[in-house]
Design a protein around this ligand. Structure first.
Ligand code: NAD
Length: 404
């Protein structure tokens, strides 16, 4: 078969405001010619990231938005006018109109966690492509309902578990799973030290009821990665954790916050892989680390943002395989303009692969099934902390009459 030439393509050059060139002389600097229109449901912190990244990626536009908070609507309009003052957003009065607009090809849903289930029930009536933010739901029955809907959905149904597209994890997946450089993976350790949860509209992330709990809300990203590296289903989860420092005196509408700010979670997988996860959310930095050990080698990768001055390495990836093969130390990264667009560039690639999947390419985007299993681990960990003992996953699923 004849191989198609790959042309140089850069959203960076295509977005530079080059004024001196007549439009017909622009080739490298030619502005993107978007093919798809998406609507954005929820334009808070993450919705605005989706807005910016959609335009940076270049193959789609955001046609319209729906958000009941007027400040969020105004913020989205402000972000769009910074991208291009000629662009305008359609602002819908209700969710149904935003979902059903025949002009639009896809929906990006970035509303608070507890609302995903009701938004999805409406959104799927449109049969449009869907990118639903993580965690896909806050409870196991809701997550299972979404997983069941997605199984037979006639368009793309992608979950926003985009950490797998951080450069550090892309390289780790490539080396450990595709090249099998470590042999059979036996142990996985993931650690996150970071600053507390940020403010949100109506402070939904300070309450287990609205977020699903810290280990579902935030840590579903890490449990997704754990499940991916283990290549197996979780069998047993044991966790400890507490509210040690953050939000201990925080109240909203007379209600006290009840979220964890630290935890240690251990997961046994059906194939014998053992995994551990450590979370600390009262650290003056962002530090994320993954360690994998197989029967032929070891991999460690990290990402570090400590807000201190001076040149420092943001990421590192080490593979040490002793006498089995070559070892190496590297620095996984993307071009700066992509890394700066949000979540170290992971959201950019989430959009790229969302559109590639719409166009029929096979890609590694997170499925609703993977989203479901990330929630199962997070939910089991929350429950383990609550009850003070290990949670067997088959028993947990049986409680909800789920047989998988
Ligand atoms: N993938 C990631 O790395 C990542 C990072 C941050 C947040 N998120 C997820 O994105 C979602 C939004 O988080 P956020 O940080 O933007 O929160 P946010 O509070 O900043 O924004 C949420 C927005 O949704 C709006 N909203 C509430 N109910 C709505 C409804 N029914 N329909 C339409 N809009 C509604 C709110 O008014 C608000 O503007 C959450 O599910 C969160 O977990 C994902």
């Amino acid at each position: 078969m004849e191989k198609k030439d790959k042309e140089f393509r850069s959203s960076h050059f295509a977005r530079l405001p080059v004024k001196y060139l007549p439009p017909e002389d622009k080739y490298i600097f030619a502005p993107p010619n978007p093919k798809y229109k998406f609507n954005l449901i929820g334009t808070g912190m993450m919705g605005l990231e989706h807005l910016r990244v959609t335009y940076l990626e270049g193959r789609a536009t955001i046609h319209g938005i729906y958000d009941p908070n007027p400040q969020s609507v105004a913020a989205a309009q402000g972000v769009l006018s910074q991208i291009d003052s000629n662009l305008k957003l359609k602002v819908y009065d209700d969710l149904e109109s935003a979902c059903m607009d025949p002009e639009v090809d896809g929906l990006i849903i970035s509303t608070p966690n507890f609302s995903h289930i009701s938004v999805i029930r409406e959104a799927v009536k449109s049969k449009k492509h869907i990118l639903l933010e993580k965690p896909m739901a806050t409870t196991i029955p809701d997550a299972h309902e979404i997983y069941s809907i997605a199984k037979n959905y006639p368009a793309v149904f992608q979950i926003g578990l985009q950490y797998r597209y951080k450069a550090m994890y892309v390289d780790a997946i490539q080396e450990a799973l595709n090249h099998r450089k470590l042999g059979d993976i036996k142990m996985i350790h993931i650690l996150e030290h970071r600053i507390p949860f940020l403010d949100k509209v109506k402070q939904w992330n300070k309450f287990n009821q609205y977020s699903g709990g810290t280990l579902v809300e935030k840590c579903c990203h890490y449990f997704d990665l754990m499940n991916l590296f283990a290549q197996s289903r979780p069998k047993k989860v044991y966790a400890t954790g507490s509210m040690a420092v953050n939000f201990r005196s925080f109240e909203y509408n007379g209600r006290k916050s009840d979220i964890l700010d630290n935890a240690v979670v251990s997961v046994d997988y059906e194939n014998g892989v053992r995994a551990g996860f450590t979370l600390c959310m009262f650290s003056p930095q962002f530090y994320e680390e993954l360690m994998l050990c197989g029967d032929e080698g070891h991999l460690r990768t990290y990402e570090s943002v400590d807000f201190l001055p001076g040149p420092k390495q943001k990421t590192s990836l080490e593979i040490k395989v002793g006498e089995n093969s070559t070892s190496r130390i590297s620095q996984p990264c993307y071009p700066t303009y992509i890394e700066q667009s949000g979540h170290s560039g992971a959201t950019f690639f989430e959009h790229k692969y969302f559109i590639d999947t719409i166009e029929g390419s096979k890609s590694s985007v997170a499925t609703a099934e993977e989203g479901f299993w990330s929630i199962v681990v997070g939910y089991a960990a929350q429950k383990s902390i609550e009850l003070g003992g290990p949670i067997k996953i088959n028993e947990l699923l049986q409680e909800y009459s789920i047989n998988l």
